[in-house]
Design a protein around this ligand. Structure first.
Ligand code: PMV
Length: 321
């Protein structure tokens, strides 16, 4: 028996960092998909093959009895996902797991996508019949096991797809009925890592709670108003909110020159809004464009040293393929 699942990446639109502190965020799924193929086998091991390991002529083999012991970096999310589904099912199986992902993920959520795909494929293989929230809970627990931190917005985006209004831990997961999203994504280059940036913001908040907490409240207001703008397709107002939000992320100290260059280049080329997406420090930004500014904004991003990521947004969530 063999089951394959695929899940999308994500683009965080509004609510970055504030979502860690019980404020909402808005996230859309990006059609950079990770596929996970799970097959039962006649061994007493879990064999995991990823593009990275296969390129080195390696694979990860774990005796089932040792599944809860130390995890290997390259396969940690898959191992944690399998452990959580086995625990839920109260059974273990010997499996061969093969992951397929795009050569580059641009910080757009490949860890959450591989976790969501593994959980969904294994749940289907074991005939667990879980709804989206139950899949989310398992995948989020697996991600927390590996990373120790995170609001789970990326996991929710991988499971539910589309565009969602989300609160930490899945306290609120509200799918939004939006049509085409007029955003262009620009990749600025690698960053130091989400966990470090989250810690940096936590330190700032510890030192200046009376300054930083109201700033998170403002991001909350922007996210709520942004959701309404998105639903009304009021692009002029959404552009203003995106730019104000970027100012607040600058205040948190997570912007860097390579992102700022892309943000200003996009605005100068006619984008009505532009901000970084996610933790900051690198990775991606996005710009709000219209038919007349779209080509100029893409050209400006490339000219400023960025890479334009031309992928469908509001993509479908995890599915069995
Ligand atoms: O850098 P990314 O794309 O993983 O996004 C992190 C977003 C944060 O709000 C900073 C952290 C989180 O877990 O929500």
């Amino acid at each position: 028996m063999s089951v394959t699942a695929s899940a999308p990446g994500k683009l965080l639109l509004l609510g970055d960092h504030a979502v860690v502190y019980q404020r909402p965020c808005l996230v859309t799924a990006v059609d950079i998909r990770v596929r996970v193929e799970i097959t039962e086998q006649d061994t007493d091991t879990l064999d995991i093959l990823t593009p990275e390991l296969t390129a080195r002529g390696e694979r990860r083999t774990i005796p089932l009895a040792q599944l809860h012991q130390e995890r290997r970096r390259e396969t940690a999310f898959v191992e944690a996902a399998v452990a959580h589904v086995f625990e839920k099912a109260q059974q273990q199986r010997a499996l061969r797991i093969v992951t397929h992902s795009a050569p580059r993920s641009y910080g757009l959520g490949s860890s959450s996508a591989v976790t969501a795909s593994t959980v969904a494929a294994l749940a289907a293989l074991l005939d667990l019949r879980l709804d989206q929230k139950a899949l989310f809970d398992l995948a989020y627990a697996a991600v927390l096991d590996v990373q120790g931190t995170g609001s789970g917005f990326d996991v929710a985006s991988a499971i539910y797809g589309g565009t969602i209004y989300y609160m930490r831990g899945g306290a609120v997961i509200e799918p939004l009925d939006v049509g085409d999203l007029p955003f262009v994504i620009g990749y600025s280059g690698e960053k130091v890592g989400t966990v470090n940036l989250v810690k940096q913001v936590a330190r700032l908040r510890d030192c200046h709670p009376t300054v930083i907490n109201p700033l998170f409240d403002l991001i909350h207001t922007i996210t709520d108003q942004g959701r309404d703008c998105l639903l009304r397709r009021d692009w002029a107002a959404l552009g203003d909110l995106i730019n104000i939000h970027q100012g607040l992320l600058d205040s948190l100290g997570v912007n860097v020159p390579q992102l700022a260059r892309l943000i200003f280049a996009a605005r100068s080329a006619g984008a009505s809004g532009a901000k970084l997406s996610g933790a900051g420090g690198g990775d991606c930004m996005y710009a709000l464009v219209d038919e007349t500014s779209c080509a100029a904004v893409k050209a400006a991003l490339r000219h400023a040293g960025g890479e334009v990521i031309d992928q469908k947004l509001h993509a479908p969530g995890v599915c069995i393929v």
